[in-house]
Design a protein around this ligand. Structure first.
Ligand code: NDP
Length: 328
């Protein structure tokens, strides 16, 4: 019988393993136009935390007792759909489970960019696309800009660092701990900030005495405040995520918010799905940079469906370098 993780109860604050339950699920019959999939890779992503709250948002909340959803790479094991055959690898949203039966319209064949399948859940997939459009479109970052990016050792942040370097920008990455900072430096960052070692604002002022042109926000809180404090006039902020408050829900205290006015800052939030129609641009540029040796990829892999909640919880304690994945 197929198995899936369900949300047993809504987390209060930081989720725990008790919030999740692994259950057997009945799969629908394979009707014409459908595929039966064996999942090979599952993605866990910070946005899933928001879906665990019963609040209205840009995606509906997960239902209690229902299989959770998320990005996954599945192998077609049986097909009654034109254009899909056993052995094909596809991207789809029926993650957090080992098997699924889906209509062909709900799966996407993997592009052929010469990278392993799991890369399409990370650097060559949704997180990479978030980095690409957030940096180049939302923040209008260009050659010569000084870019500050938080959670720089994560899936989105590490891609921001590398795209910025490929485009001739100066990059400052913030991450938690000396090892992660060394890894971010190895990606090409000009300077790194270990936010666990001291106040972000002081460190950012030290490494960017002339200020920053662009801030790519993955964290919020003290990182956002430091960026506000050091922003040059007319700096652009792409507000991608605020993981620092996903579990607490506490309002971020921004002591330097008034600089938005005086420094004429442009601050824009975005959701990556707004840019899905432009995926070919992303694939084209990323494939070019990958072939030119300008992209390094790392995944933190937990083995087996049983570890999926552990992988998810790890996102909030810095358990991952690069993309957090589960191999089924
Ligand atoms: P990551 O791979 O970056 O994993 C999360 C990382 O965040 C952790 O490894 C940890 O790194 C850091 N972190 C966790 N808690 C805190 C905290 N309290 N303070 C500072 N850092 C913390 O995840 P993603 O790359 O998938 O996502 C990064 C951000 O982008 C998230 O905020 C996410 O919600 C957002 N996002 C937004 C999208 C959009 O469309 N707007 C799409 C995709 C992602 P460390 O060890 O360095 O602390």
């Amino acid at each position: 019988m197929a198995q899936a993780w369900t949300l047993k109860s809504r987390p209060q604050g930081t989720p725990t393993l008790d919030n999740f339950e692994l259950v057997g699920i009945e799969l629908p019959a394979l009707e014409p136009g459908m595929v039966r999939l064996a999942n090979r890779w599952l993605s866990v992503d910070p946005y899933m935390r928001g879906r665990m709250n019963d609040v209205k948002s840009y995606v509906p909340p997960f239902a209690i007792g229902e299989p959770l959803q998320g990005g996954a790479i599945g192998e077609v094991v049986e097909s009654s759909a034109d254009g899909l055959k056993a052995g094909d690898l596809v991207l789809h949203m029926a993650g957090w489970r080992d098997e699924a039966v889906l209509p062909a319209s709900a799966v996407q064949k993997l592009p052929e960019l010469g990278v392993p399948p799991e890369a399409y859940l990370g650097q060559m997939g949704m997180p990479g696309m978030t980095a690409y459009f957030g940096l180049l479109e939302v923040a209008s970052a260009k050659e010569g800009d000084v870019v500050f990016v938080s959670a720089a050792a994560g899936a989105v942040g590490s891609t921001v660092v590398q795209i910025a370097k490929a485009k001739g920008m100066k990059v400052i990455g913030a991450a938690g701990g000396a090892d992660k900072c060394a890894w971010v430096k190895g990606l090409g960052a000009d300077a790194v900030i270990d936010y666990k070692a001291g106040p972000v604002i002081k460190q950012l002022m030290d490494v960017a005495p002339g200020g920053i042109d662009v801030y790519f926000d993955n964290v919020g809180g003290d990182h956002l405040d430091a960026a506000l404090a050091t922003a040059k006039e007319r700096a652009r902020f792409a507000i991608c995520g605020m993981i620092e408050m996903y579990n607490t829900g506490a309002p971020t205290q921004l002591r330097y918010a008034a600089r938005i006015i005086g420094a004429r800052l442009r601050i824009q939030g975005f959701i990556v799905s707004d840019y899905m129609a432009r995926a070919p641009e992303f694939y084209r540029d990323m494939a070019g940079w990958a072939q030119a040796g300008k992209l390094k990829r790392e995944e933190t892999v937990l083995e087996g469906l049983a570890r999926t909640p552990d992988a998810f919880l790890g996102l909030f304690s810095g358990g991952n370098t690069g993309k957090m994945l589960v191999r089924v």
